[in-house]
Design a protein around this ligand. Structure first.
Ligand SMILES: *Cc1c(COP(=O)(O)O)cnc(C)c1O
Length: 372
């Protein structure tokens, strides 16, 4: 059935157990909409293989939409993506460089985020050794305590950057609570960012992530960075995204059966049928990124009908209650909707007790990928 491009082994994989549909048109429309809302250019965060959706196809689609700034987490991700992008597209490594990464980074025209004094020194030494100016981005820690120059190191960072042959494209920081617009941490981080800009004498800032784009002028800089919003993931906790849903996921039925009241379903027999039921076994499980926490909690859909997951999610399969569907509606190979018009990534994440980011990045290579 789902015999599109398989991320695992191409056509040799045979029919895939499920199909991810990635609507590049919707991603492009969301990008343009986000630039409008941000009031500045927006860069695409395509780390973790573009949240599992395919860094190459997503980046190339956004390039055609005018995107010129791309962010990944690791140098390795940047090195893979660089040949697909034209020279004028800028590619940044958010996590910064590990020792030894400087030479390949410079050689490939990739821009590191400098998160510490050591990283400034290493990049400065590379510039000196190469005898040329190297581009960089400096990150400040404005209160997340994850990455970036601490407030007490700002003066020293300014001194070392000033003495180095490094041209800063902009300074950046990252918001810890952008998905909670009323959290005081947002204003605290904005205030810390203002102090950092003043002390550092910097003007160009890159601050907002997807959620930050919706927080207003205090977070507006020369560039925003967006990941989850490109796919239609919510940018505010518990609030439906105003953007287009770009991701669909269908899973194939691999068996149907009827059970009597008292039947035990799945590992541990945790679900005991209280009535005669019709069941369908689906060809995906927690190894495909559908969390085990969906056991007896989540659902899939067919013809708009909710089909609850019954019993525990297995590694490669799960069982759903199809009693509400007409008999014979689902047979071997029939697709059911895991993500789509009836169920968003945020709905599924809520049932699984996680966030859309973790759902998307977890969706495994056994699904085929269809780009539309
Ligand atoms: C992942 C990441 C982003 C993108 O966040 P979204 O909420 O998906 O928009 C932006 N900036 C940094 C530093 C990140 O690590």
């Amino acid at each position: 059935m789902f015999d599109d491009l398989s991320a695992q082994s191409g056509a040799a994989a045979g029919p895939a157990p499920g199909r991810l549909t990635i609507d590049l048109g919707a991603i492009r429309a969301n990008f343009t909409q986000l630039q409008r809302i941000a009031g500045s250019p927006v860069g695409a965060v395509v780390k973790a293989n573009a949240y599992g959706m395919g860094a190459g196809p997503v980046a190339i689609a956004l390039l055609a939409e005018g995107c010129r700034d791309f962010f990944v987490a690791h140098l390795g991700e940047a090195l893979s993506l660089r040949p697909l992008l034209p020279p004028e597209a800028r590619l940044y490594v958010l996590n910064g460089l590990l020792p030894g990464g400087e030479t390949p980074c410079a050689a490939a025209n990739i821009i590191p985020v400098l998160n510490s004094l050591e990283q400034i020194d290493a990049w400065a030494n590379t510039a000196k050794a190469l005898g040329r100016t190297l581009p960089g981005v400096l990150q400040f820690d404005t209160g997340m305590s994850r990455l970036g120059i601490a407030p007490e190191d700002r003066a020293e960072a300014a001194r070392r950057i000033g003495a180095a042959n490094i041209e800063l494209a902009f300074v950046m920081s990252h918001l810890a609570s952008a998905d909670e617009p009323n959290d005081a941490q947002n204003a605290d981080q904005a205030a810390e960012m203002r102090r950092a800009l003043a002390e550092f004498g910097a003007e160009k800032m890159c601050f907002a992530n997807s959620g930050g784009i919706f927080l207003g002028a205090d977070f507006r800089g020369v560039l925003a960075r967006t990941g989850i919003a490109l796919y239609g993931g919510a940018t505010e906790n518990g609030v439906k995204s105003p953007l287009l849903h770009a991701i669909g996921l269908e899973i194939a039925v691999i068996q149907t059966r009827r059970v009597e009241a008292g039947a035990r379903i799945g590992y541990g027999g945790t679900h005991i049928a209280t009535r005669p039921m019709r069941l369908a076994t689906l060809a995906a499980g927690y190894a495909d990124g559908l969390p085990r926490s969906l056991s007896d909690r989540g659902a899939v859909y067919c013809d708009g009908v909710r089909l609850p997951i019954v019993g525990r999610v297995s590694m490669d399969s799960m069982v759903v209650d199809i009693s509400a569907l007409p008999e014979g509606r689902l047979t071997l190979g029939s697709p059911v909707e895991m993500l789509g018009a009836r169920q968003s990534m945020d709905d599924l994440a809520r049932d699984a007790g996680t966030i859309s980011y973790e759902i998307l990045t977890g969706l495994g290579p056994r699904f085929s990928r269809l780009y539309i």
